[in-house]
Ligand binder design. Structure first.
Ligand code: PEP
Ligand code: MG
Length: 753
C-alpha cells in the first residue's frame, strides 16, 4: 500500500496539468485496489461536486454529472466530510442514479472526502460489482491518498485554474499572505540559489546555436571535474562507489539525454532551465520504479544534475543578475543576504514562497518599507523571471502579466498610498500623545543603515531594537571588532542624543549565518540568541567591546540581551559585559557603563519577569517570539500562520503581567515586537502601561496618528474589555469596533475586479 501511495503521489505531482493528474489518480487507484470504478469529483464555484475523472464509468459523463451536497452519495460524503462505506449502495436513501454514467452494474460504494484546511474540495469514490463492504485497509488507503491529493488540488485552485500557468497567461493571480503592507509594481527577478534544480528561472535565449555550444562545453567541464574527483578519491572508494563515478560519466555521454536538452534549447530556452527540466523528468521516472535499486538511482540523477547545473551557472553570464529598476525579487526562501545583493534603490517588492509575516525576512522588509507577500506556497515562481508583476502586500496577492485594467487599478492605489504618506509627514514633529496628554515615546527597530534615514524622517525618538545580526547576515565571515565598531558608531551617531538599544547577536532559528551553520531538528527551540553567544564568549566580548567603544563621547548606547530564559544566563551575560567594560576602562577609554536590559520573549522569562526586572536596567518584550512560544506556533511556517495572533488573550495577559512586574521593581519596560507597530495593538499596549513602543519606521506615523486621536481613558476601557475575551477573534472584533467608533480604522480599499 505504501509503495502504491508513494508512486501515485509522485506521478500526480509530475503530471503536466490537473486533468491529467486526476486521470492518473483514478486509474492507479482502480489498479491498486482492484475495483471496477474509481471516480473523482471536484467542487465548483456553485458548490456542486462535478465528476472530473473516472475509470470505469462512461467518460462522456465527465463534466456533465454533478451533485450538490444534498444530492446523491457523493454529495452525502461531501456534506458529512467523512468516509461512507456501503455494501449495498442502492439500498441507501441518498443513492441517486445517473443513467449517463452506466453505474447500475456496481453494488458496493466507498467514498472519501478530499479536505484541505477544513474545506471539502472534492470526493474520491470507488465502486465494485461484488456486494461486499470495503475493508479497513482499503478505507485507510483511500483516505491517506485523498489527504495527500488535497494539497495538489488546492494548489491548482489557488493558481487560478485547472491548467498550468504559462508565460503568456495574463492577470494570473496567486495567493500568499500579507507580509509588508503596500503595493509594488515592477519586473520579477527570480532568485535561485546555486545548483538548485527546482529553482532555475525560466529564461529565453536569442541565439540557440551558441547556447547549444555553451551547454556542450559545460558538460565537458563537468565530465572533467567528475573524472578528477574519481581519480582523487580512488583509494578511498569501494568498488561500488567507483562504479557510481563511471555511471555518472556514462550518463553524461548518453546521447539521448543530451538530445533532449538540445531540443529544448532549440525552442529558444536557456540551457540551465532546459537541463534542469530534463534531469527532473529522468529523476522522476526512476523514483516511480518498483525495483528499489533503480528507484535509488533517482538520487544519483539529481546529484549529477546539480553538478552540471553548477558548471552551467558558473559559466553563464546569467549568474550575475542585472537588477532592473523596480525589481520584484521572488524566491523559494529569501534571506537577508539575498536582500543585500539588490541595490536598495532598485528593490520595489518581495515575494517569498516560504515563511510568514512574522519571519525575519518580512520584518526586515518592513523596516525598509518594501511591500511583501509571504507564504505564496502555490507560486510557480521559476516561470516569472522578467514578467511584469504586482505585489499586493495588503491582501497578500501576486499578479503576473497584468492586463491594462488591473495595472491601472493598482497604479491608482499606489498614488493613494503616496498621498497618505504625505499627510503623515505633517505629524513628524508633533509629539506622540493622547488627547488627554499622556505621552508615549515611539522608537524604531532598525537593522540596516537605510533604516536610519527613514526613521529620522518619520520622527523616531530613539531606537528600541537595533538588530545587530543584520550586518552579520550580510557578510561571508564574522566581522571583526574593528569592523563592528564602524557599523555601530554610524547607528549611534545618527540618533544621538537619542538612545540606541543594541541587541547582542541573535542568530539561530530562521536566521542562520552562512559561515556558521547550525544543524538542528528544532531550530527555534535550539541554539539561538544568548545561548550561542554565551557558548562563544569570544564572539560576545568582541561585540560588546565594539558597541561600547562606538559609544565613546556619545553615551547613548543601551545593550539588550535576546532569548534570556533563566537568571544564570542573565548573570553570565552581565558578568561578561562588566568584564568587557573594565577592559576598555583599563585600555584608557572614557565611557559610561551602558544600561543593560533583557528581552522578554520566552514564557519562562514572563513568569520570572519580576526577578529579571530586579536585576536589570530595563525590559523589552519581543512579542514576535513570545507569541510564537506562548501559542506554540512556528513564526516561519505558512501552514499555521493563521494561528500566529498576538491578540490571543494569553499573549495579552502575559504582556500585562510583564508590565506590572517591571513597574513593581521600578524598571522601565518597552516592547519591540511587530505588535507595537499595529495601531490597534499599540492602543492596548499603551493602556497596559508600556513606557516605550518600538516599531518599524514604516508604521510609526500611523501609530502616532491613532494615539493622538484618543484618550488614555478610552484606551484603558478598551483594554479592560478586550483582555478578558475568550479568543483572538473576539479581541480583533472588539478592537476594530472601538477604532471605528473613534473614527480611526482604515482598511485597504477594496478592488473593483
Ligand atoms: C521579537 O521576537 O519580538 C523580536 C523583536 O525579535 P526578533 O523578531 O528579531 O526575533
Ligand atoms: Mg526575538
Amino acid at each position: 500500500m505504501l509503495d502504491s501511495l508513494r508512486i501515485i503521489t509522485q506521478e500526480v505531482n509530475s503530471a503536466p496539468s490537473l486533468s491529467e493528474a486526476m486521470q492518473v489518480v483514478v486509474s492507479r487507484i482502480s489498479d491498486a485496489m482492484d475495483v471496477k470504478v474509481c471516480s473523482l469529483y471536484l467542487r465548483d464555484e456553485r458548490n456542486h461536486y462535478v465528476l472530473r475523472a473516472t475509470q470505469g464509468l462512461n467518460v462522456d459523463a465527465i463534466g456533465q454529472v454533478s451533485m450538490t451536497p444534498n444530492e446523491g452519495l457523493v454529495g452525502y460524503v461531501a456534506k458529512r466530510g467523512e468516509p461512507i462505506n456501503l455494501e449495498n449502495a442502492e439500498a441507501h436513501s441518498r443513492y441517486l442514479y445517473f443513467a449517463e454514467t452506466g453505474e447500475e452494474k456496481y453494488a458496493s460504494f466507498l467514498g472519501v472526502p478530499i479536505i484541505h484546511q477544513k474545506e471539502v474540495l472534492g470526493v474520491l469514490a470507488v465502486q465494485q460489482s461484488q456486494r461486499r463492504r470495503f475493508d479497513e485497509s482499503e478505507e485507510a488507503f483511500l483516505l491517506t491518498l485523498s489527504a495527500q491529493l488535497s494539497g495538489i488540488i488546492a494548489h491548482a485552485e489557488a493558481t487560478g485554474g485547472l491548467e498550468q500557468y504559462t508565460q503568456e497567461t495574463t492577470d494570473a493571480r496567486f495567493k500568499g499572505m500579507p507580509g509588508v503592507l503596500g503595493i509594488a509594481i515592477g519586473t520579477a527577478v527570480v532568485y535561485s540559489p546555486a545548483a538548485d534544480l527546482l529553482s532555475v528561472p525560466f529564461q529565453r535565449t536569442d541565439d540557440v546555436e551558441s547556447e547549444g555550444r555553451f551547454f556542450h562545453e559545460s558538460l565537458g567541464v563537468a565530465r572533467k571535474e567528475i573524472q578528477e574527483l574519481g581519480k582523487k578519491l580512488k583509494d578511498r572508494l569501494t568498488t561500488e562507489e567507483q562504479a557510481l563515478f563511471d555511471a555518472y560519466l556514462a550518463m553524461l555521454d548518453d546521447a539521448s539525454m543530451t538530445r533532449e536538452v538540445i531540443d529544448i534549447i532549440n525552442k529558444g530556452i536557456a540551457a540551465p532551465y532546459a537541463w534542469s527540466q530534463v534531469i527532473l523528468k529522468h529523476a522522476q521516472t526512476f523514483s516511480t520504479m518498483h525495483d528499489p535499486y533503480l528507484r535509488e538511482r533517482s538520487a544519483d540523477v539529481r546529484d549529477l544534475g546539480r553538478r552540471v547545473l553548477s558548471c552551467l551557472q558558473q559559466q553563464s553570464a546569467q549568474q550575475e543578475p542585472e537588477y532592473p529598476d523596480n525589481t520584484i525579487l521572488i524566491g523559494e526562501e529569501l534571506t537577508a543576504s539575498v536582500l543585500g545583493e539588490v541595490p536598495p534603490n532598485k528593490l520595489a517588492g518581495l515575494v517569498s514562497v516560504q515563511g510568514s509575516a512574522s519571519s525575519h525576512i518580512a520584518i526586515l522588509a518592513k523596516t525598509m518599507g518594501i511591500p511583501t507577500v509571504m507564504g505564496a506556497v502555490d507560486l510557480p515562481f521559476t516561470q516569472f523571471d522578467g514578467s511584469v508583476t504586482i505585489v499586493d502586500g495588503y491582501r497578500g496577492n501576486v499578479y503576473v502579466n497584468p492586463s491594462d485594467d488591473v495595472l491601472d487599478e493598482f497604479q491608482a492605489l499606489v498614488r493613494e498610498d503616496q498621498e497618505m504618506f504625505r499627510t503623515y509627514e505633517s505629524l513628524r514633529d508633533l509629539p506622540c500623545e493622547t488627547l488627554d496628554n499622556h505621552r508615549v515615546p515611539l522608537w524604531v527597530n532598525t537593522g540596516l543603515m537605510a533604516d536610519v534615514t527613514r526613521s529620522i524622517e518619520r520622527g523616531a525618538e530613539g531606537v528600541g531594537l537595533y538588530r545587530t545580526e543584520v550586518p552579520f547576515l550580510l557578510r561571508d565571515s564574522f566581522p571583526t571588532e574593528a569592523e563592528q565598531l564602524v557599523i555601530y558608531r554610524e547607528q549611534l551617531e545618527a540618533f544621538a542624543p537619542h538612545a540606541v538599544t543594541m541587541r547582542t547577536l541573535d542568530v539561530g532559528g530562521d536566521k542562520p549565518l552562512s559561515y556558521f551553520p547550525i544543524k538542528e531538528a528544532n531550530p527555534f527551540l535550539g541554539w539561538r540568541g544568548i545561548r550561542v553567544t554565551l557558548d562563544h564568549p569570544e564572539i560576545f566580548l568582541a561585540q560588546i567591546r565594539a558597541m561600547m567603544r562606538a559609544s565613546e563621547g556619545l553615551d547613548n548606547l543601551r545593550i539588550m540581551l535576546p532569548m534570556i530564559s533563566s537568571i544564570p544566563e542573565l548573570e553570565e551575560a552581565q558578568a561578561l559585559i562588566h568584564r568587557g567594560y573594565n577592559e576598555l576602562i583599563e585600555e584608557g577609554l572614557s565611557i559610561e557603563m551602558p544600561p543593560v536590559g533583557v528581552m522578554i520573549e520566552v514564557p519562562a522569562a514572563v513568569y520570572q519577569s519580576k526577578e529579571i526586572a530586579a536585576r536589570s536596567d530595563f525590559l523589552s518584550v519581543g512579542s514576535n517570539d513570545l507569541t510564537q512560544y506562548l501559542l506554540a506556533v512556528d513564526r516561519n511556517n505558512a501552514q499555521v500562520a493563521d494561528l500566529f495572533n498576538s491578540y490571543h488573550p494569553s499573549v495579552l495577559q502575559a504582556l500585562q503581567q510583564v508590565v506590572l512586574a517591571a513597574h513593581s521593581q521600578g524598571t522601565p519596560v518597552s516592547i519591540c515586537g511587530e505588535m507595537a507597530g499595529d495601531p490597534g495593538s499599540a492602543i492596548l499596549l499603551m493602556a497596559m502601561g508600556f513606557d516605550v513602543l518600538s516599531m518599524n519606521s514604516t508604521n510609526l506615523p500611523k501609530v502616532k496618528s491613532v494615539i493622538r486621536a484618543i484618550t488614555l481613558e478610552q484606551a484603558e476601557e478598551l483594554l479592560e474589555n478586550a483582555i478578558n475575551l475568550p479568543d483572538a477573534e473576539s479581541v480583533t472584533n472588539c478592537v476594530d469596533t472601538a477604532l471605528r467608533r473613534f473614527g480611526i480604522l482604515s482598511r485597504p480599499r477594496s478592488l473593483v475586479f
